[in-house]
Design a protein around this ligand. Sequence first.
Ligand SMILES: [Cu+2]
Length: 120
Amino acid sequence: MNVFSTLATATLSLLLTPILMQSQQGSPASSTTPARTNLQVTQCALKVNGMVCGGCATMVKQGLLKLQGVTAASVDYKTGRVQVTYDRKKTGPEKILAEFNQKSSGFHAELAQPENKHSP
Ligand SMILES: [Cu+2]
């Protein structure tokens, strides 16, 4: 009887130790969570002219990803439609356009017009 209860106590304290360590590690981890939600991620649609193949799409994508604040870009060379994901604290559609066209490697980007509008 006595041996059994001693074993049970030892097992219980072993089980409790990792739980206590985890709860102590929990406080610094939770303080990093607001920083992640502060990231203002927005998307904008662009129209890029001059793309004729997948290689062009890759060049456009890489060109966009080099710009400050741009976190992702999806490029469809067939339609010329480009979806850019960016941090709006660091950049905006106009800045992305200006910088992309400045470094232009044969491609010209403009803001995508709404479907019902006739573009000049
Ligand atoms: Cu190409």
